[in-house]
Design a binder for this molecule. Structure first.
Ligand SMILES: [Zn+2]
Length: 74
């Protein structure tokens, strides 16, 4: 695809290359070439549906820009 004619696509492709999971979260195997990380959107959230060929783990990974957690009182 000629990304020069579609700059929004080029930016999305660059973000995908930067953020797609490279290693399995369960076994640590390299996913590039031996697994799958397909990106889709749920509203404004980006989700990588991920599958590892080595251990068969399948799941969704969502990049976060801010973490909101809860801690009990100290
Ligand atoms: Zn794995």
């Amino acid at each position: 695809m000629n990304t020069a004619r579609r700059p929004a696509y080029a930016a999305d492709a660059e973000h995908h290359r930067r953020d797609a999971p490279r290693y399995c979260p369960r076994c640590g195997c390299d996913l590039v070439g031996t697994g799958i990380a397909v990106e889709f959107w749920e509203g404004t959230n980006r989700v990588f549906h991920t599958w590892c060929a080595a251990c068969r783990w399948t799941g969704d990974i969502t990049p976060m820009t801010q973490m909101v957690g809860h801690e009990p009182e100290h």
